[in-house]
Design a protein around this ligand. Sequence first.
Ligand SMILES: [Zn+2]
Length: 397
Amino acid sequence: MEVDPANPYRLRLPKPNYLPHNIDYDKPVVEKFLKPLDRPSDMENAAYLNKIKRFAHEHGITKPKGYNVSFHYNPDMEKHHFGMTHPMKPWRLTLTKSLVSAYGMNFAMDNYTARAATYEELTDYHASDYVDHLATVAPQPQPLDIENPNNDLKYNLGGSDCPLFDGLYNYCSLSGGASLDAARKLTSNQSDIAIAWGGGLHHAKRAEASGFCYINDIVLAILQLLRVHARVLYVDIDVHHGDGVEEAFFSTDRVMTVSFHKYDPMTFFPGTGALDDNGPKNEVNPGAHHAINVPLNDGITDEQYKWLFETVIQRVIDKFRPGAIALQCGADSLAGDRLEQLRFVGAAPSVQMSVIPPDLGPIRDETEDRLREEYAERNEQRRKLREEGVGDRMEIG
Ligand SMILES: [Zn+2]
């Protein structure tokens, strides 16, 4: 296969996993986050860093006492593009990362550049023929189901939800790698809270892509946590049911999954996660009663959500006594999300800071410009579809 070394989106072929056995491999494998700012020159980086440092100092943003927080992420993820009209936009990671550093949060955490997950780490959960296919399949400029909606997609890849874009394998292994690094920081007791910024892809199945997710980084991370902890609790607050993670640990009592999600089996993706779905129906199966689902209707208020969350999670923790908790923070359940609106917009707290951190102005302007462009793009797409007499496509994620 032709590989252009100058092209950052080049295909990364699966490599054998080699980790030396006689050293503490966590240190060389997990790299310190060296360039968090991405300004054009070192001078500008230094000036900006000083500004943020002053802000962090003035507002008392320091490392917490008594526990450690780490942040795991690889900026190379941002370069990938799912396609013009696809709602999943990795560049948003850039914006949120800028926001995190503009608030001086880097000074409260240990920051690490995550490495890509190796082929063998990915096949810890995923089927090797599926991972081989992800690594070698050619990108498709057009989703295969546009002309023919009944196209039989191999591994559910190449359609408009899970398109085959340039650098797909690289994107998947970077997302998986960050969550693995985060999990290893926890198991080695170097972190108490580890944040993987580009993960949470909870719909991916063992050998099937689903709802914008190809590799289930959460399952990979929980498998790491299970090496050390007897029981791991998984909590999912994404607006969509955490079906991929639930399925992966369906038959074990070592992982309890709890998902809070919008539920409407007829119209809302993925249509699973009803109240009485709580694991295998056969009582002999150890996984029985270990998959808790909290289906929600539109319009839930913050107070109701908070009450429900605290009540359910407190009881789960008391009964299950997990050694570690994996939390999937899908932001699409927040009021005002552009994909789905689960909660009342008026009742939700937004990011209200009385102090604007340094240089947040340009970031906000940039965000608004990009959102405007995206909105115009989407309207244009809708107009075209209407002209062609095709209805609006249901969006999932
Ligand atoms: Zn979602």
